[in-house]
Design a binder for this molecule. Sequence first.
Ligand code: FE2
Length: 377
Amino acid sequence: MSENLKQFKLKYASLTLHFGPHALNELEEDLSKHERILVVTGRRSAKESGALDEALSILSKHGIVYDIFSDVTPNPWSSQADKMAYRAWEFGAEAIIAIGGGSVIDTAKVAAMIAVSGGKAVDYIYGKRRARGHIPVYAVNITHGTGTEVDRYSVLTVDDVKEKRGFISIYPSVSVDDPRYTITLPRSQTLYTSLDAFYHAYEAATQPWASPFVEMLAFETIKLIRDWLPVAVEKPVNLEARYKLLYASMLAGIAIDMAGTHIVHVLEHVLSGMKPELAHGGGLAITGPRSAYYIHKKSPLASARLLQLLDPSIRPLAEDASKAEAAIRRFQESVGFTETLNQYGFSDVDLIKIAEKGEWPLELSTEDILDILKKSL
Ligand SMILES: [Fe+2]
């Protein structure tokens, strides 16, 4: 195996991550302990990436009985976690293998709790019920964005009220990051997922409580995305570029697990809660540059350290906030991201309603939020 594509094992919190080409083979021993497993996927990508066939061949080799649940959509609903949990319970699954990106893995983490601890996803989302236990989740990650394979969060949208919420669920028991599965990501997903990781890093490191360790993870993440996203956009099958982007998104996943996200993610959840066709990474990248203007003012030192990777002249001073905004916008445009809120049908009235919704992170005012939204139209 090439020096640049090293396979390695990492232990973080309660999980074990196997990273690198063919890392799924490392899961064989864990899987072989089970008799019945529920395999969960989205509609197509698990198959197209090759991950589903490789996982199923391990299950067949060990005579493990499996059922497949393939009804997870992007921006998944809480009811999908309920249905998945019911299927796991009805089937008698001892574990779940989640093969997909954030939507699939996030939903599986919640279903794994419900299958043992009862209730419905909304009970956990609103903190009305705590997990007493869960069946193990084996996460086979096939995008380079969410970091959910190494964090304890899930994001689901509550059906009735269309409210998208991030909340604490569980860590997967064992995760697999194999860059080979990401080379089939289309151009749009390549951008969305990488920019998702970018904002995980930028937001986590600019939290008031971010540790130097989180800042280090964020710095490495942004450096890798700066260097390798243009390569992956140009040549999607470049495995080294995919490896580096996957590694970056994993680091950023640990960064948000430790420090969390703030304004860009909070705003995005409101936006894609209203328009589920808006991809998570797309929503972040639309409002991210103007948000950075405010973030830089609040955390100039941490922001400057990271954004100097894009523009070395940015100083850790509030007066350089416009430069911070411009640097991110320029980078996004250079890799071909030019989407706006306008093209998703948001109107001026929508923006005012959103801005007036309530309290915002970083003590941003209604006027600040309205400014971010208007500059993202
Ligand atoms: Fe995210």
